[in-house]
Each structure stands twice: as C-alpha cells, then as structure tokens.
Design a binder for this molecule. Sequence first.
Ligand code: HPA
Ligand code: ZN
Length: 336
Amino acid sequence: MKSFIKGLPKAELHIHIEGSLEPELMFELAARNNISLPFGSIEEVRKAYNFSDLQSFLNIYYAGAGVLINEQDFYDMTWAYLKKAHAQNVRHTEIFFDPQTHTNRGVPFETVIYGVHAALVDAEHELELSSKLIMCFLRHLSAAAAAETLEQALPFQDLIVAVGLDSSEIGHPPQKFTPVFDQARALGFRTVAHAGEEGPPEYIWQALDLLKVSRIDHGVRCVEDTRLVERLAAEQTPLTVCPLSNVKLRVFDSMEQHNLKELLGLGLCATVNSDDPAYFGGYMTENFLAVQQALALDRDELQRLVRNSFEAAFLDQAERQRFIQELDSYVADTSR
Ligand code: HPA
Ligand code: ZN
C-alpha cells in the first residue's frame, strides 16, 4: 500500500508555500539575512511545533516567514517544496501565497511573486510538474487591506489563477470580504476560501453564496448541517481536506476520528492535501498514508480521492484528461 500511495500520480490543491519552510532552511535564511530567530536550534524549533489550535500555529508560522527577505529566499523555499512534491509523484500543484505576511514587513509584492514564480517555471521544465498560484487574503486583517492587496496584484494577474482567504477563521466570516471577492471575480479571478476548519457551517454557506467559491478549503465541519452536505454533494463542490493539519491543530483528536471516509461516503468531492507540510509532519504521501492506515481506506477510495483532485484543479479539459488517464493507467498497471 505504501508504494502504491507513493507512486499514485497526485494533484495538491491546498498548500501554503510559507508552510513548506523547513526549520533547516529557516535557519539558513536567518543566517543569510542576519535575522535572529526566537529558537536556539533546529530541535528547539521542532519542539515548538506543538499546537493547541489554529491560532497557536499561526503565531509561529508568521514568525517563521520573517526570514524571507529577497527574491532568492522565496525561490529557494518554493524550489525545495517542488522537489519534495516531485519525489512523491505530485504531477500538478496549486499553491497559496500570503502577500500581506511579507508586504506588511516591507518586502515588496514583486519580490514575493517573482521568487515563487521563477521556481514554478523551473519545475515545469525540469520536473514536468505543472502549477498555479492562488493569492490569499489574511482574514484577520481588514477588507480594505485585502482590496489594497488585490490592487497590488493587478500587474501580475496573468501569474495568479484565483484568490483565497486564510488565517484566523473564527470571528472573521467570509461575509467580511464580499466586496473584494466581487471585484476579484469581475477581474477574472477564480475564488476559493478556507471555511469550516474551526468555523461553523454558516461560514461555508457564506463562502458559497457570497464569495461564490469554486472550492472550499478544509470544509470538514459541513457534516454538522444536513442541508449543506446535500448542497455540496449536488454541486460536487470540492473540499480540500488536510488530514495531518486537522489532527495537529486539534480539529480532530486523532486520525482515527477524522471524517474523511465519511465525507467520501456522503458522495462529497473530498481531496487530500498537506496544508503546511513543514509544520504538520508530512507532505502528500505522509497525509495519504496516515488516513489510509487510520481509516482503512481501500484502493478504490484512494483512487477516488486523487481523481477528485484532478477534477477539482484549475486545469483545462485536455490537461485534466491527460492526468486522469495517467492515474487510471497507474492503477490498472499496479493491480496486475
Ligand atoms: N488555516 C488558516 N490559515 C492558514 C492555514 C490554515 O490551515 N495554514 C496557513 N494559513
Ligand atoms: Zn490552509
């Protein structure tokens, strides 16, 4: 099963690039940029990765991102993620970035996007790994700040497929961002939003009805609302579920209690993703392995999860069909 999972051609749809910054590279960049970290050693950093909820993680995640200063830093972080993804047979990835985490520290928007984008171009050529970029607004900041960020992104619009919404969920409902999402859609961006990770089903309704999202990021709390589950199933709205993240941030007490198998059983378009792999203990293969073992997922369920992510990706139909064929051939070849 382990080699079957590792070899599966995969798509990743929920990865915060700042969450792929491993402690080793964090230390290297801190030294390169003369920044002092609140940790004495790599072991100390890893020990601090003991979270009680989303906010306790975000505090450390924003501090870690403080070592990113120059274009090369963003390139190195992104390239390290892409190499790792490639080694796990991720064939397509849709990457979140949080410009405000950097522009609020005085790092120019173009430094961030040029550094990340250069690595994506190299991955396309050298690793045959395709990708898209999704720009997230930090929801604990104001709607006006999000609008300003959208404005800053306009010269780079051809590099960004969609806008999203992340950071502290509770107390920051999607509704707060309706006007800026309206503006983004009018400009041609697709939309996604984190909803129903820690927040209530009501936030998922708002993401659908007000932000008109193509996908819900996380969404695991949808099961508390039968009508919502019916809507998500009828429209096959993808949920980008992140199993290791959910256990690390105590959305579920253990992997055995995760509702991924239930979501599939309800006919929902669930997918598996890593969220912030450097902080939560694993990339795509580790996420699949952990849920497969805890919930005894069979090969059909694994194939369904991966197929869902190709269906849910912002790909054109020809690319989508090519990936799904690759997946189907892989499954057929490994069952003989
Ligand atoms: N939720 C909200 N914001 C985030 C996350 C998450 O899981 N990861 C990085 N920013
Ligand atoms: Zn996330």
